[in-house]
Design a protein around this ligand. Sequence first.
Ligand code: ATP
Length: 270
Amino acid sequence: MVFVLEQQEGKELRELEPKEHILNIKQLDIYYGNDHAVKDISLDIEKNAITALIGPSGCGKSTFLRAINRMNDRIPGARCEGSILYDGVSLLDKEIDISALRKEIGMVFQKPNPFPKSIKDNITHALKFHGITKNKKRLKERVKESLQQAALWDEVSDRLDASALSLSGGQQQRLCLARTLALRPKVILLDEPTSALDPISTGKIESLLMKLKKEYTIVVVTHNMQQAARIADHIAFFYQGELVEQGKTEQMFNHPTEKRTASYISGQFS
Ligand SMILES: Nc1ncnc2c1ncn2[C@@H]1O[C@H](COP(=O)(O)OP(=O)(O)OP(=O)(O)O)[C@@H](O)[C@H]1O
């Protein structure tokens, strides 16, 4: 466990609250057939914080992210070695209940992918699927609660039965976030959640994530360095399948220890 030490004026170093890590990833290797996409990565993810995964295209960010809720299981030929502990539970165990895992560790993808159903049903579907409730009153409450959390309620409260596909891209992405939040997960994984959105919708998602981190742990893949600087508490820089460097955002942007990190962050390669 990491303890933060703070020098106070005229006082001795004192121990602050230990930072809690909800995920401990150790020596993770991921292969697609013979291709070694993620190489010996160890990374601890802090609870109630935003961790951004950055790095050039093809460096393994999405592959790494998908491993956390076992989405790579769906890819034929993909295999994972090493260990991912979530609150002490080994997520790579064969016996893990994948559906329960994905309820606790939800995911939002690059392209908004609402179901071709009504706005309301996009949320109730997940609640029914996971056997959370079929009670109409409770479903209604959860729909409102999750749409409010995703800052979408005011825009859609008068048309909950309209098709989700009638929403704008930015609204669809917030609906996808609401759908994930409705399950009350502990961790939210987001794979370039704003890359298909305009700056205003991007701003809305960013402010949302900053609010949500009080209750959730967030891991986000982004190509947008300004976004990483704005929202992330921690940054992990990937390059060619390896984790080159990780640390607090301020340190990574202002005092990276690796030359490759500095070059990437300053836009010398992408
Ligand atoms: N489904 C797949 N089948 C086979 N190889 C894959 C698959 N998905 C990714 N890869 C390979 O794994 C490596 C890492 O890809 P990944 O998508 O994780 O990188 P990334 O850093 O997220 O890239 P980008 O920023 O472009 O999304 C690449 O060489 C890619 O070709």
